[in-house]
Design a protein around this ligand. Structure first.
Ligand SMILES: Nc1nc2c(c(=O)[nH]1)N[C@H]1C(S)=C(S)[C@@H](COP(=O)(O)O)O[C@H]1N2
Ligand SMILES: [Mo]
Length: 209
């Protein structure tokens, strides 16, 4: 279990100052070539035959995708940076998988659906506005930098939301719940920001939700 809350010494993650680089990373971030696994709530072992991605809540068609169905959807590649709220940024990741839009398109969200709760195997959750989730670069990824995603990075499938702090990039994703009103996920309950835009340094929320 990674200690996510504690400040990490520079030597721990091999970071260098973001100021030496063009401003690729948001304010308050350091660059690292390492890709630490940051897990507070891990998944139990997942059997691909039993695995499902359930889309539920405010949709016309609830559906539980099987692994084969996910692989049969159009696949996209996204090059994106990854910004953890504990201040490390890992640039130039190549993710492959299915766009969030593609999955949601089949479910047909109802007009009043404005937020998504992302559910994970193991019980982790993260909330995201539907508008943010529908951006071009948001995907369910099963490959990273040309390799299958490693177990500790969220295999078989993780969400990747490049324009949000990485706690919203839920690993071992199991479901999407479309909601009318925003609700706090695992870290949002514990004080992290409901939106979490790194370019606005939305690290912490305004108080208990
Ligand atoms: N299911 C689950 N997803 C999760 C987490 C977690 O503990 N459980 N940690 C989050 C946090 S805080 C970060 S920074 C990223 C880290 O992704 P990585 O382990 O691939 O670097 O995953 C996010 N997704
Ligand atoms: Mo994180």
């Amino acid at each position: 279990m990674a200690d996510i809350g504690a400040p990490r010494p520079a030597t721990d993650i091999g970071r260098r100052s973001a100021q030496e680089e063009p401003p690729r990373a948001p304010a308050g971030q350091y660059l690292t070539d390492k890709f630490p696994a940051m897990t507070y709530v891990a998944a139990p072992p997942i059997d691909l035959a039993e695995w499902r991605l359930r889309v539920s809540g405010l949709v016309e068609r609830e559906h539980a995708w099987t692994w084969d169905q996910i692989l049969a959807l159009p696949q996209i590649t996204v090059d994106a940076d990854f910004h953890c709220v504990t201040q490390w940024s890992h640039l130039d990741n190549t993710w492959e998988g299915v766009s969030f839009r593609e999955v949601i398109r089949h479910a047909k969200p109802l007009a009043q659906a404005r937020y998504v709760m992302v559910h994970c195997y193991g019980g982790y959750t993260a909330n995201i506005s539907l508008a943010a989730a529908m951006e071009d670069d948001v995907l369910f990824a099963h490959r990273h930098d040309g390799e299958p995603i490693a177990a500790d990075h969220g295999a078989p499938l993780r969400l990747v939301v490049p324009q949000r702090y990485a706690w919203k990039s839920a690993k071992w994703v199991s479901g999407l719940e479309l909601m009318e009103d925003d609700r706090a996920g695992f870290w949002e309950v514990r004080g992290y920001h409901m939106e979490g835009d790194p370019w606005k340094e939305e690290r912490f929320g305004s108080g208990p939700v």
